[in-house]
Every structure is written in structure tokens, then in C-alpha cells.
Design a protein around this ligand. Structure first.
Ligand SMILES: CC(C)(COP(=O)(O)OP(=O)(O)OC[C@H]1O[C@@H](n2cnc3c(N)ncnc32)[C@H](O)[C@@H]1OP(=O)(O)O)[C@@H](O)C(=O)NCCC(=O)NCCS
Length: 223
């Protein structure tokens, strides 16, 4: 099966939203779980920003025959700037949807969201070692491949493509977050030269008990 990587286009949004939802629960699908029932909101929290505001750093993996989008990689070259822009452009949209749609349609999802709101600042701002992650590794990324296409080399091709893209832009390092229970992502990042620079033990929700949030990072230039 031949797969190509190309820049994201607005018409890819629905496919990307589906992939995000089908891989968002410690690397597995959120379908059919009480934990988070609002697919659109999940996309708005984690991925929509990149599609709408930094599409120049967003790539999709497409099956050549069908032209179906089967994976994506996205991110930023400048995490502090991205966080500020995310706060300005997305917080109010997320809050409106959560309050006026999700809270009455899925109270359990709303509860998860409140837990997420409490721990996200902690996950972002307390490095476990003196390295300032945002200075040493200013870029960050998210990568997701549809489960039926896992372990076929698609993630490897996308992450190499993304790293080359960042290197061409002179970005000296990149980081990302995942959970210790993500049994595919952890070996994937290690294989690609990423090292753990931060570990945060926290509990968003009972389903995350005894799971830590890991920040992986990799230098892209020798400087
Ligand atoms: C992590 C992910 C992007 C890897 O993509 P992929 O296309 O399956 O990766 P590749 O086929 O290029 O595999 C490369 C390496 O990843 C690891 N890996 C991939 N699938 C794995 C599996 N099922 N079990 C264990 N390790 C696996 C292995 O180290 C593998 O190397 P190997 O072939 O020598 O064993 C993919 O599993 C995924 O989308 N998961 C769900 C979303 C997610 O967890 N995203 C990242 C964290 S937020």
C-alpha cells in the first residue's frame, strides 16, 4: 500500500477530527466511552488550533489509491507563542462549547474537562529538571495514525518529514507529550531518538490513576 505525505488542506478537517478521536485515549479510541463523548470538543482542545492557525506546520498521510487521510502530524516552531495564541483564539471557543453544549449533553465529559483544566497548567509549567524545555526544544508536535494503519512505517515517515521541516526552518529542538501507558507511542519516540525530559504524576480522572504524563524531547541541530 502506497502512502504519501502532503500539506494539510481545510477539506481534511473532518478526517483529522475522526483520527484525533479514534486515537485520543492513551493512544486508543474514545468511541463508546463515557470519559469524553464530545468528539468536536476533543478536536478543539488538542488539534483544531494547528489546523486553523499554523497550517504551514501541518501534514497528512494519504493513501494513494483512495486518497483517504490515514494519519497526521502537526505542531509549532515556537511553543511560548503558540500557547499565547491558543489562549487568545481557542479558550473562549472551548468554554462556550463546554458550557452551552457539552455540559448538558454529556455531564460526565464536562466533569473530565474540569479535571483537565486543573492539571494542564501543572503539566506545562513545572519541568522535572533544570532544562528549560521551551528554550532548548522550542517546537512541539502531535502525531496520530488510524489504528488499522499502525506499525506500517507511516508514523516514522511523518516524524522524519516533520523534523526535516523544522530543521529547514532552523528550529533547534522539538518536544511532545504522551502518557506512560501509551504502549505504542513510548517505544516509537524512543526509537526515533526522543528522551524523557519531564514526568508529571497527576490525576485528571480515575481512568488516569497511576499513569504519568511524559514529555519527550529531541535536539534537531548540533548547536
Ligand atoms: C505512535 C504512532 C504515531 C506510531 O505510528 P506508526 O505508524 O504505528 O509507527 P511505525 O510503524 O513507524 O513504527 C515505528 C516504531 O513505533 C513503535 N510501535 C509502533 N507500533 C507499535 C505497536 N503496536 N507496539 C509496540 N510498538 C509499536 C515501535 O518501536 C516501531 O518500531 P519497530 O517497527 O522496529 O517495532 C501510532 O501508534 C499512533 O498513532 N498511536 C495513537 C496516537 C498516539 O498515541 N499518538 C502519540 C502520542 S500522543
Amino acid at each position: 500500500m502506497a502512502i504519501s505525505i502532503r500539506p494539510y488542506q481545510p477539506a481534511d478537517e473532518e478526517a483529522v477530527e475522526n483520527i484525533t478521536y479514534r486515537t485520543g485515549f492513551k493512544g486508543e479510541g474514545l468511541e463508546g466511552r463515557d470519559y469524553f463523548n464530545d468528539k468536536r470538543l476533543f478536536f478543539m482542545i488538542f488539534i483544531a488550533y494547528y489546523a486553523h492557525y499554523e497550517p504551514e506546520h501541518f501534514f497528512v498521510a494519504v493513501e494513494d489509491d483512495s486518497q483517504d487521510v490515514v494519519g497526521f502530524i502537526c505542531g509549532t516552531t515556537n511553543t511560548p507563542r503558540q500557547e499565547k495564541r491558543f489562549a487568545l483564539t481557542m479558550y473562549w471557543r472551548i468554554a462556550l462549547r463546554a458550557l452551552f453544549f457539552t455540559s448538558w449533553r454529556s455531564p460526565k465529559t464536562f466533569k473530565t474537562l474540569l479535571g483537565l483544566g486543573k492539571v494542564l497548567p501543572d503539566m506545562r509549567e513545572k519541568p522535572a529538571n533544570p532544562v528549560d524545555i521551551h528554550v532548548e526544544y522550542p517546537g512541539h508536535l502531535h502525531i496520530n495514525v488510524l489504528p488499522e494503519y499502525h506499525h506500517m512505517g507511516i508514523g516514522t515517515n511523518m516524524i522524519s518529514h516533520f523534523e526535516d521541516h523544522l530543521k529547514c526552518l532552523g528550529i533547534k529542538g522539538v518536544h511532545l507529550g504522551t502518557t506512560s501507558r501509551n504502549h505504542k507511542a513510548v517505544p516509537f519516540y524512543k526509537k526515533h531518538g526522543y528522551a524523557i525530559v519531564k514526568e508529571a504524576s497527576t490525576a485528571i480522572h480515575p481512568v488516569f490513576k497511576e499513569i504519568s504524563f511524559l514529555t519527550f524531547a529531541k535536539k534537531l541541530t548540533s548547536e
